[in-house]
Design a protein around this ligand. Structure first.
Ligand SMILES: [Zn+2]
Length: 412
């Protein structure tokens, strides 16, 4: 390793991650819903450490922690999130925050380096109250009315009440200043098994998939489960089941290499053992980083519904609930991650799309953005057993800090 490069401290990174795991511990993971006491303590933990990295810390009116530098030169924004899914893993979020903190500690104090890494912990990436509320607020995409309407999906507590209880009411919300940052870099655990099964250490994220969501409704006739002959039934539940199978038969012909689709919820109406369902509904999701592929599958979905309706005995209707444009990661960022991986991970890196949503997709709407992944053991995530080997955590940090350094040097 060339002597002129500042280096990362693996022991310090592991100690920080374990300190965050010690707040709101659940088995080997954590339970830190947004605005819970352990979440707020984690935000304060970060705010206390940012001055060591030459950053002035503030927690804003939506629970974002932002560390800003007064150093001259280019600024790179970096971070992730500190709340968790319920009873989930210790690295989903904190890994990216601690890497950003480490990069700031290594780079901001180095007199040979112009510019600085600024650190952010975005609130509620996990969506307890909404949909990327913290990072969307930072890019100016959240109104006061949006906050008025937001409620905790588990407890139904309003976001206003939660902000009040957390002591954040009335604080201003910080927003991005156009041109301040050369871009945004985020590290995250892969949450899949591609890196592990390929024997690789770094995922260079090319894009973050768009998510399209649909409600598919089936209408039949509700009737007695004992006296209605099979031949004359209009069973909406059966129509739903057949439609699900038909999707799995049809989609592989038209989909892309990494398209995924999921029926996440099925409801039968009225949903009783002795009643033939008169209506049924499924929530259906398609994810891909190619809008054309999704458009093709959506056309397919509509034609399948028309065909099923024509065949009877139930009618099928498809309603699009949500679209999400895929976010393309910046080419310069991808090259910088690859170069850093060649230096610190023996080139054991691959380019890959992210099938999960991340704050980087929100930041990418206003500035060049990039993401790198480290391996997840067994591909497990959103579960308390989520883990990454210590050696892989340290390698990832070395690649991350080097990527930050390269991006800042290039921007000078
Ligand atoms: Zn995450």
């Amino acid at each position: 390793m060339p002597e002129s490069y500042a280096t990362t401290d693996g022991g310090r990174i592991l100690a920080d991650l374990n300190a965050l795991r010690g707040i709101g511990t659940f088995k080997t993971g954590v339970h830190k819903p947004t605005f819970s006491e352990p979440h707020m303590r984690s935000l304060e933990w970060l705010a206390m450490r940012l001055p060591d990295a030459g950053l002035a810390a503030s927690i804003d009116g939506i629970g974002n922690v932002i560390g800003t530098s007064a150093k001259a030169g280019p600024k790179l924004l970096s971070g992730s999130h500190l709340e968790s899914q319920n009873y989930a893993g210790w690295l989903d979020g904190p890994l990216g925050v601690v890497y950003a903190l480490e990069a700031a500690r290594v780079i901001n104090g180095d007199p040979r380096m112009a510019g600085a890494v600024e650190v952010a912990a975005w609130c509620d990436e996990e969506g307890h109250f909404g949909h990327f509320l913290g990072s969307r607020s930072y890019v100016g995409g959240v109104t006061e009315a949006d906050i008025d309407a937001a409620r905790d999906r588990n407890s139904d507590r309003s976001m206003r009440q939660a902000l009040q209880a957390a002591g954040l009411s009335g604080r201003p919300r910080l927003t991005t200043k156009r041109g301040r940052h050369i871009g945004y870099l985020e590290a995250h655990i892969e949450q899949g098994e591609t890196l592990e099964s390929s024997g690789l250490k770094i995922g260079v994220v090319t894009s973050i998939v768009g998510i399209w969501q649909y409600r598919i409704m089936f209408k039949g006739a509700q009737n007695h489960a004992g006296t209605t002959r099979m031949a004359i039934r209009k069973d909406a539940g059966l129509a739903l089941a057949r439609f699900c199978v038909a999707i799995d038969d049809c989609f592989p012909i038209s989909c892309g290499p990494r398209t995924v689709w999921t029926t996440g919820r099925m409801t039968l109406d009225p949903g009783a053992p002795s009643i033939i369902p008169g209506a049924a509904e499924m929530l259906f999701q398609i994810r891909d980083d190619d809008v054309d592929v999704i458009a093709r599958l959506e056309v397919k979905l509509h034609s399948m519904a028309a065909e099923a309706t024509a065949q009877g005995p139930c009618s099928v209707e498809v309603e699009r609930l949500r679209t999400g444009a895929p976010a393309i990661m910046d080419a310069t960022f991808q090259q910088a991650i690859e170069a850093a991986a060649a230096q610190f991970a023996g080139g054991k890196a691959m380019r890959m799309p992210s099938g999960a949503g991340h704050d980087a997709q929100v930041l990418a709407t206003v500035m060049p953005s990039g993401m790198l992944f480290v391996p997840s053991i067994g591909g497990i995530s959103h579960h308390w057993s989520e883990n990454t080997a210590d050696a892989d955590i340290i390698t990832g940090a070395e690649v991350f800090v080097e990527t930050c350094r390269r991006l800042l040097m290039q921007a000078r």
